[in-house]
Design a protein around this ligand. Sequence first.
Ligand code: SF4
Length: 306
Amino acid sequence: MVFDEHYDLLNEFKSCENKICWQINNLCNFKCEYCFFPYYDEENPDVAKYSHKEILKAFDDTGRKWNIFISGGEPLLYPNFSELVNTVGPHHPIQISSNLYNKYVKEFANTVDPSNISVINASLHIGHHSEKSVLQFLRNYHLFLEKGFKIIVSYVTFPPLFSRIKDDFRFLKEQGVKQVVPLTYFGVHEGKPYPGSYTRDQVEILFDLTKTYPLERLNFLNKMEFKNKRCTAGQNFFFMNIQGDVSSCGTIGKPMGNLFEGTFKPNTSPMICTADNCNDNWLGILSLVDEPEIPETITFTGTPVQ
Ligand code: SF4
C-alpha cells in the first residue's frame, strides 16, 4: 500500500491510545556505529522465552488494545517472528523497524498478513550497503509494497553522510520509494555531540528534507526539552525490554512492573517530565499532554556556523 505523498504518519500514531516500544531482541546482522544499542554477536538468552500465545495473553490481560512498536536488534532475526506477528497483530497492531536486508525478509513478506502490520519502518543504513546490496534493499521494499504493506524508508542523518544525503534522497525517489524520513543522529562524532553540533547548513538541508515530517525538526534543533511538562508516558506510553520489564518511557525509565509476569502497573494520570532532554522521538512528543510548537523556520542555536 502506498502512502499518499502528504499522508501524515503521525496522525496514525496520534490515534493510538496505548503505545509500547518493545525492544524484542539484541542480535543484528548490521553493525552501525550510530546505533542506539551496543552491538551483540550473540542473541540474549531471554529472547523468545515466552510462546506467542503467552505473549498475546499478556497484552490481552492488561485489558487494553495496544499499538506495539517493535525494534531490536533486528526483529526479523527473532525466532519465528512472522508467526508472532500473525498471532499478536490481529489484536494489537504492530509496527516494526527493520533493516530490510537479511535472509528472513522474503519469508516475512510472503507469510505475514499485511493487515497485522500498521507500518514497516525500513531503515536504510546506506554506509553499510554496496551498490548491489542497496538494489536488493530496494527490491525488498517493492516486494512489501506489492504485498500491500504500508512501508516507509528512514535514513539516519549521520554527519559523514551530508555530502551525499540530497543525492541519496533523489536516488531513492527515482527508484520508486514513496516516503523517506530523515532521522536525527544521536551520539558523538569526532568529539562533538549530536544533534547539538549540526551546522546551520546541515540543519537547512534537514529542514528541506522534513517537509512532510516536521516533528523531526525538534530533534534536529536539539529542542526536545519538555522538563516539567505533563506527559502520558507511564500512563499510555511505555518502553519494554526483552524480558518484559516495562518502564515509563525510554528516557526516564521508571519501572512499571513486568508485562509477561503479570505485574505491569501503569499510572492512572499523566506524569511530570523530569528529563532535561526527551530521547523518545516522535512518540515522546505525541505523549505530551500539550503538544509543543513545531518550528516552520530555523531558529538556529547550535554550534557556530561552518
Ligand atoms: S517528554 Fe519524553 S522524557 Fe519526558 S516523560 Fe514524556 S516521553 Fe519521557
